[in-house]
Design a binder for this molecule. Structure first.
Ligand code: F6R
Ligand code: MG
Ligand code: MG
Length: 372
């Protein structure tokens, strides 16, 4: 059997409690039941189930590789089972992220978000699962860039010989469905020219360089979910609420370097009706409920050590007073942004909004518009 281990983080919103704020504990219980069964049957090595905002999160370890039909079917069936409960409980938007009626080999393109990596575990393998609610995949651009390419964030880029040569970024153009690999630090400015446009260019994976003695160059050190629900469904279904897996230590950024970018509550798009800019607030799982103006957007981080494929953890990494000031700053920014009401740049520009009445308003006014 392969010594490689796959970590699959697959998530979906299958019903909110109440509104779009959180996941009902019965959904989490049902998901645990499904994954426990799969573990007993040998499909999974280990799993952890949690909720962040209104998204049900399945964190799984196994030996079936990425895009495994069996693992994806397990995730899909688990969401279907949870949806049944969501319907019984009258939860809001029950089954909203299950966009297709039947499973067909892979959950990609069917609604759920997926971050998966197959790796050869190092002697000790710390893995962090990041889960965001009320925002889009591009929200990870800034923190992932800072972890793997910004020497003011990651001291190791300067002073750790293992990672001094930098990392390779795989960037996707999610409008044109193209990808490009870019090498840092050499192409830092070109990379930033792309990923600063975060609604279009998103970091999909980060790889170590050949020269990194601690890691295999063809196995990622970070992976981010990039499913675009609106492109899947052809109409607005909800922001993507992305997730990511990041490896830490020993040739990678240290755990503290991986968490450090989140000390800055940067502005992301999403929040109320997927149509507003607001600060992303790092929170512990207990606080991962989107309340104020359906937000503000949140990010939770669970840390694990991998041991023979077992997920030893989690540690709720943002449940820590070290992030209190960040949360306070996020509140101040939330107040400041909210005071703009329906005005940009709080409200997103027209092309990025997910709800709009503009066509109807324009139609109503069409006879009253006069030439200038
Ligand atoms: C944002 C989100 C919520 C909803 C809002 C309106 O991603 O899920 O902010 O957009 O609560 O929801 P509906 O239209 O379902 O009443
Ligand atoms: Mg929802
Ligand atoms: Mg959500």
């Amino acid at each position: 059997m392969s010594e490689k281990i796959t970590i699959s983080l697959i998530k979906a919103d299958v019903g909110g409690w109440p509104g779009h704020s959180s996941v009902h504990p019965d959904l989490i219980e049902k998901a645990k039941e499904c994954l426990e069964k799969a573990k007993n049957e040998g499909l999974l090595i280990d799993y952890h189930v949690t909720g962040v905002g209104d998204d049900l999160q399945l964190i799984m370890s196994h030996r079936r590789g990425v895009d495994s039909e069996e693992v994806h079917k397990l995730a899909w069936d688990t969401f279907v089972e949870a949806t049944k409960i969501a319907k019984e409980l009258g939860l809001y938007g029950a089954g909203q992220d299950l966009l297709k009626d039947a499973f067909s080999g892979n959950v990609r393109g069917m609604g759920p978000g997926i971050a998966e990596m197959e790796i050869t575990p190092r002697k000790s393998e710390p893995i962090i699962a990041f889960m965001m609610d009320k925002t889009e995949p591009g929200a990870f651009n800034l923190p992932i860039y800072r972890m793997f390419a910004d020497p003011f964030n990651t001291a190791g880029l300067v002073i750790d010989p293992n990672m001094h040569d930098g990392f390779i970024f795989e960037v996707w153009d999610i409008m044109e469905h193209k990808k490009v690999f870019m090498s840092t630090p050499e192409e830092m400015y070109d990379l930033l020219a792309l990923i600063g446009a975060k609604s279009r260019y998103v970091i999909k994976r980060v790889y170590p360089k050949e020269s990194n003695p601690k890691l295999k160059a063809d196995e990622p050190v970070a992976v981010i979910s990039t499913e675009k629900l609106f492109q899947i469904a052809g109409e607005y279904i909800g922001k993507d609420d992305p997730v990511a897996l990041v490896r830490a230590q020993s040739g990678c950024p240290a755990l503290g370097e991986v968490l450090e970018p989140f000390a800055f509550p940067h502005l992301v798009s999403g929040w109320m009706r997927g149509s507003h800019n607001g600060p992303i607030m790092p929170v512990g799982i207990k606080q991962a409920h989107c309340t104020r103006f359906d937000g503000p957007p949140r990010v939770a981080a669970l840390g694990f050590q991998l041991a023979n494929g077992k997920l030893v953890g989690p540690v709720d990494l943002f449940d820590d007073p070290a992030f209190d000031e960040t949360r306070k700053t996020a509140q101040i920014i939330a107040d400041y942004m909210r005071r703009h009401g329906p005005f940009e740049p709080h409200r997103l520009p027209l092309e990025d909004m997910e709800y709009t009445t503009l066509p109807k308003v324009l139609k109503k006014l069409q006879d009253r518009f006069e030439s200038l």
